[in-house]
Design a protein around this ligand. Structure first.
Ligand SMILES: [Zn+2]
Length: 128
């Protein structure tokens, strides 16, 4: 008997919802403009809090990703404005799967998938 299973693992890590548990959806979302934080209460009861300037540094949009990749080759950065002065001025949900921020410098291309945020919160909290 021969069973052939193609277990190729060279798939892109995006668009693979089966990999993450379904609890990566928020029960409650709060964006605080004053404190510049995003607070997510997840379906499974866990609460994560993100600093918005920190989220800007991991902005998943193509422009920012390219910037970060360029930084890999050339660490010199010339900043026209101080990134720490960027503030979120507005936020909106994208479907049921992501949140999008509008920043004070006009940048709004970053769409933060909840699965990404869930992963980030795991990484930053580390092991208890
Ligand atoms: Zn961006």
């Amino acid at each position: 008997m021969m069973t052939t299973q193609d277990n190729s693992t060279d798939k892109p890590e995006t668009d693979n919802p089966s990999e993450e548990p379904d609890d990566a959806s928020p029960a409650d979302l709060k964006v605080s403009m004053g404190a510049q934080t995003l607070r997510i209460q997840w379906q499974d009861g866990l609460t994560s809090e993100f600093s918005l300037p920190q989220l800007r540094r991991v902005c998943p949009c193509a422009t920012c990703r390219t910037e970060r990749e360029k930084k890999h080759d050339n660490p010199l950065q010339i900043l026209k404005t101080d990134p720490s002065s960027w503030r979120v001025t507005n936020a909106q949900l994208v479907g049921h799967y992501a949140i999008q921020f509008v920043w004070s410098d006009g940048h709004n291309a970053g769409i933060y998938d909840f699965r990404m945020l869930r992963k980030l919160s795991k990484e930053s909290s580390g092991s208890a």
